[in-house]
Structure formats: C-alpha cells, structure tokens
Ligand binder design. Sequence first.
Ligand code: R5P
Length: 310
Amino acid sequence: MREIAVFGGSSHPELTAEICAHLRVPQRPVLLKRFANDCLEVQLQSNCRERDVFIIQSLVRPVQENLVELLLMADAARGASAARVNAVIPHYAYARSDKKDAPRISIGGRLVADLLVTAGVDRVLTLNLHSPQVHGFFSVPVDHLHALRELAGHFRQRDLSNAVVVSPDLGYAKSAAAFARRLGLPVAAGAKERVSDSEVHITAIIGDVAGHDVIILDDEISRGTTVFELLDRLREQGARSIAVACTHGLFADNALDKLAASDVTEIVCTNTAPLEAEHPKLTVLSVAPALAEAIRRIHDGESVSSLFDH
Ligand code: R5P
C-alpha cells in the first residue's frame, strides 16, 4: 500500500487540521512564498515520491489566490513524482459558472476543471457542486459528496411534526426532496429567476407552506439575495416559522448578520468555508468526518458512493 501524504493550502487550515485528526495522519508542511512581483511559490516540504497525495484547498475568498495556490501545489506534487494527486475541494467556487447564459462569457466551472487537470490533479473530492452537471466538466474521476446526512442529523433534533422543506429554485428541488425524504417531510420549491448577482425574483412557491414550519435548503448562501427573496414569499404565504440551511455558508456582504437579524429561527451550514463571524442563531456542522472517511476509502480503493448515496 502506498503511503498517504496530506497537504493543506492556506484557505482553511482548521478544516485541514480536523480532517488530518480524523484520518490520524500528520499534516505535511507547505512553504508559501510571495515574491516582490506578486507571484507565488509553493514548496511541499515532505516527500511525495510514489505517495498518494491529498491536497486540501477550499476555493473560498480570496478565490483566485487560493486557486493558483492549489494549482501550484498540484504541479509541485506531480513534479515530485507523486503516485497520485488528489484535490480535496470542499467548496468549488466556479461551479455557478456552468452555462453560457450571456454572449462572450467563459464557462468558468469548466475552465477551472481543465486547469486542475493540466496542473496534475488525477482525482477530485468535493462537496455539493452547484449543479450535478458540473461533475461532468472534469476529465478525471470526481467523488461528489453532499452534506444532507449532517444537515438532516441536525434537524432530527427539532420538532418536525409540522415542517416542510423548501428549495429556493427548481434546480435544487431534487436535493431538497432527498433531504425531505431523510426527514419524512413534504417538499416545496420556489420558481426563481436570477437577474444579477444581487437581484433574484421568486414569483411563486410550488407546494403548501401556509401554517408550516419551513426549513429552507440551498447549496450555498452567498449574498443572501435568494434567501431574502424567499423569506418575503414565505411570509406572504403564511409560513409559521422559517429556518435556513445550506452546505456552503459563504455569507458575503454581511449576509450572516442581516439574516440573523431577520425573523428566521436558526441558520445552519457546514464548515466547507471558514467562518469569521459567529452568531447565536448560527450552527456550523463539520464535514471533516465525511471528508476524512472519503479520503480513507479513496486511498484504500473502497466504494465512496455506498457511503454517501442519496
Ligand atoms: C444559486 O442558484 C444557488 O443555488 C444559491 O441560491 C445562490 O448561490 C445563493 O446566492 P445568494 O445568497 O447570493 O443569492
């Protein structure tokens, strides 16, 4: 069996440390230098030769810096004769750029996938891509996990006798339905149209929410534009209470404070992105045990899907 070697980029050191603790392996040191001309240099400070190398880097703010760092680390591992280079990307930022919905734009999700493979990545482990077809952008194997088990485990501790799960859009309704199935709940979905990064319209909600305790489920909360629009529709339709859950709590533009100041009962996300702020209404669930178990299975050649199937 080849030795496992786990390195972490600088995007989310706490998550890397937690994953290594679950795996019971040391985190290998990395030296990052920035030259006067603003270029980066990464040195992996532990032997990679014939090792099964895992590089953990979440593509969170500053996304471009973290992406280049990941590319340099993958290239360094390949150049150091790693047996296999695995990129562990808890949050894959460019996934929302998955279609050409305006003239002369790039499909960033596809481009970044190509860059990773060009840099030497042999395999990707990620969580809750914005849409399932982003998986197909990669020409190398991808293990695509979700956090429904963690999120459902949290909500099982609540009184769900009157609850309904609501997806903000039809695109995420399938995942919301899988989440609702885990909890034995009905599901509803918004008819959403995104106008710009800061403007969305939800014109209708398909399903019954009046008098119910709603759990909104989305893949990510960025500016919160989607959630705030959905909150308006849910209040109009007489929802009794509203909790909010997502995998990627990015909370740009002070979204956490704004959301916490609203009438939502709680906000639940995972730690795929580092969180600077805390709030009594916020619960952060760890995906480190799931990622560590997936890494172990990938390393040992065991099935990953059997663990994380919907
Ligand atoms: C987009 O379609 C996603 O599913 C999320 O709803 C979106 O990324 C959330 O972004 P924001 O919080 O800025 O509306």
